[in-house]
Design a protein around this ligand. Structure first.
Ligand code: ASP
Length: 611
């Protein structure tokens, strides 16, 4: 037997038992004739005390960091207790030890505060994984996995596997492809999600499906994305949107409870996509803090709002506002005392290329009710007061205003809102606020350089329109006569039966009620400019299945890695993946991707023609 206990297990109540432990040598400290060793395994650290009688053996068989050691001895009370360790009250007075394996000197210290840089730790990820900090993250990941499984199992969901070697799926990213040796010149695609399979399973009558599953998308890796990532993927039959929302807020709440001990009893808030865009400038608002946008001027229509505020800032001779398509403001609570240096810093922040604004207008709402603005020349006290009132700013607030093109400005102010929330400590890591964003547009208008504009599915082409919009979809042609006028086209107003779950400003899940009627599905493909032939070629199996009694169905998928990262209080999903890839999609430990042998190319009948 290698061990009687783990290194995290022994307590004062075990004194004076005889035990055997096995683990890795974390540290060795010599005090005169006595040697202390911290022995580590997955469960903790236990101090070993080796007396004088073992010195000869230690000289003959010197130990080093990360050696695998087995030690037997007696549990005794420690004179110098360590309250930081769960085993800190005891130590093992070692009678004998065996070196089970030796270790080369590790390239970095395997401790909470390691001296290893990112690249080095990724190269030796198997050593990095021994560190407590990483281990805690993987434990949390497993806890989330278990909580989700328990909940779904209890609700009657079946975990059904779906294949990885498939043909293209409809999530709209680029596919990873795998050449087929047995079918020369042909390729499998790796699934961007199990979307079509889970819909087929519904047709087959498995009315509650889930899978915690890898998905593959060959996208440029914007900050904190992975080419392969994990989803909690779910689908249900005979459901409407409301059924899905209830089922899956139940799941997230169960995860909160099991993993974090949080009783999230209040109902999950709901917000329409339009409200989210209008009030927060993006479709995944962080509602842990308020600071809503005030739309002083915008080409978008939102009944009874934008016209009035536009009047406040127009015609004062301030060209920046007069010429801008959009002017938006936030009132930052309690920031009126910001110094010139601080406001300059924020101005520099919005001018960064990632934000891309020309400048920032500020209005300080002083505690005495007066105003001080960077545009005092154009706006007298009354106008400033009126602007402040429309921003619902209070004395002590600092109003920040951006102006420019609609899309960019709205995006910029939404980033600025988050940045100010961060600076003011309003985005607390241990506070969790869930939100459903609903009523997304079904279509988006996409314009690529040199191409005519076209409708694309905002979610994916199997997402159904709201029942009340089905007629509009069926009875109108998707043709847009004039490029500029797509906003007036009836399709622009069609809402999707789709929903996103947002946690602290991150989209953690999304899904939809699906189209299950063949004619509506074909109309959808028409709208997306996909010919009948192309649709049949790509998704013929699904359209075929829809001929044989497809039930009404819908589903959702949660980004498992992201959910873990947020629950673990981290920005980075990489910390929650045992073997992640770096920002260029490389596994630096395996050195993958890599070239393959000449005979593999020849078996595949593939010749490289690298540009
Ligand atoms: N397949 C979708 C996705 O991966 C989710 C869903 O519609 O269920 O985003």
């Amino acid at each position: 037997m290698y061990r009687t206990h783990t290194c995290g297990e022994l307590r004062l109540t075990d004194v004076p038992n005889e035990v055997t432990l096995a683990g890795w040598v974390q540290t060795i400290r010599k005090f005169g004739s006595i040697t202390f060793i911290d022995l580590r395994d997955r469960y903790g650290i236990t101090q070993l005390l080796l007396g004088e009688e073992l010195n000869k053996k230690l000289d003959d068989q010197p130990l080093g960091r990360e050696f695998v050691l087995q030690a037997s001895g007696t549990v005794q009370e420690r004179s110098n207790k360590n309250p930081q360790l769960s085993t800190g009250d005891i130590e093992i007075r070692v009678k004998d030890f065996t070196i089970l394996n030796r270790s080369a000197v590790p390239p970095f210290t395997i401790q909470d505060d390691t001296d290893g840089g990112d690249d080095l730790r990724m190269k030796y990820r198997y050593l990095d994984l021994r560190r407590n900090a990483v281990k805690r993250n993987l434990e949390l990941r497993y806890a989330v996995n278990r909580a989700a499984r328990n909940y779904l199992h209890e609700k009657g969901f079946m975990d059904l596997e779906t294949p990885f070697l498939i043909r293209s799926t409809p999530e709209g990213a680029r596919d990873f492809v795998v050449p087929s040796r047995m079918n020369p010149g042909q390729f499998y695609a790796l699934p961007q999600s199990p979307q079509t399979f889970k819909q087929l399973l519904m047709v087959s009558g498995y009315d509650r499906y889930y899978q915690i599953v890898k998905c593959f998308r060959d996208e440029d890796l914007r900050a904190d994305r992975q080419p392969e990532f994990t989803q909690i993927d779910c689908e249900m039959c005979f459901v409407e949107q409301e059924d899905i929302l209830r089922m899956f807020e139940g799941m997230i709440k169960a995860i909160f409870k099991d993993v974090k001990g949080i009783d999230y009893t209040e109902p999950v808030e709901r917000m329409s996509w339009e409200e989210a865009m209008w009030n927060y400038g993006n479709d995944k608002p962080d509602i842990r803090f308020d600071m809503k946008l005030t739309n002083l001027k915008s080409p978008l229509k939102k009944e009874g709002v934008q016209r009035a505020t536009g009047e406040l800032i127009g015609g004062a001779g301030f060209g920046v506002f007069d010429n801008a398509e959009t002017v938006v403001a936030i009132a930052v609570p309690g920031a009126s005392e910001y110094t010139r240096k601080q406001t300059d810093e924020i101005t520099d922040w919005v001018k960064r290329p990632q934000i891309g604004m020309q400048g920032l207008v500020t209005i300080k709402c002083n505690a005495d009710g007066s105003f001080k603005s960077s545009v005092d020349k154009f706006y007298g006290p009354e106008k400033l007061q009126a602007i402040a009132a429309s921003c619902e700013a209070k004395p002590g607030d600092l109003i920040l205003i951006l102006a420019g093109r609609e899309e960019r400005t709205r995006k910029a102010i939404s980033e600025l809102r988050l940045e100010m929330g961060e600076r003011l400590g309003m985005r607390k890591k241990d506070e969790f606020r869930l939100l459903w964003v609903l009523d997304f547009p079904l279509f988006e208008w996409a314009e690529e350089e040199g191409q005519p504009g076209r409708w694309v599915a905002r979610h994916h082409p199997f997402t159904s329109p709201k029942p009340s919009d089905i007629d509009t979809m069926i009875s109108n042609s998707p043709q847009v006569a004039n490029q500029e006028e797509y906003l007036q086209h009836p399709y622009a107003g069609i809402k999707a039966n789709a929903y996103d779950m947002v946690l602290n400003g991150n989209e953690i899940g999304g899904g939809s009620i699906r189209i299950f009627q063949r004619d509506l599905q074909e109309k959808m493909f028409d709208a997306l400019g996909m010919s009948r032939e192309e649709a049949r070629h790509k998704f013929g199996f699904l359209l075929g299945a829809f001929e044989y009694g497809a039930p009404p169905h819908g589903g959702i998928a949660f980004g498992f890695d992201r959910l873990c990262a947020i629950l673990g209080g981290s920005e980075s999903i990489r910390d929650f993946i045992a073997f992640p890839k770096n920002n260029s999609g490389r596994d630096v430990m395996l050195d993958a991707p890599s070239t393959i042998d000449a005979h593999q190319f020849s078996e595949l009948q593939i010749k490289l023609d690298l540009k």
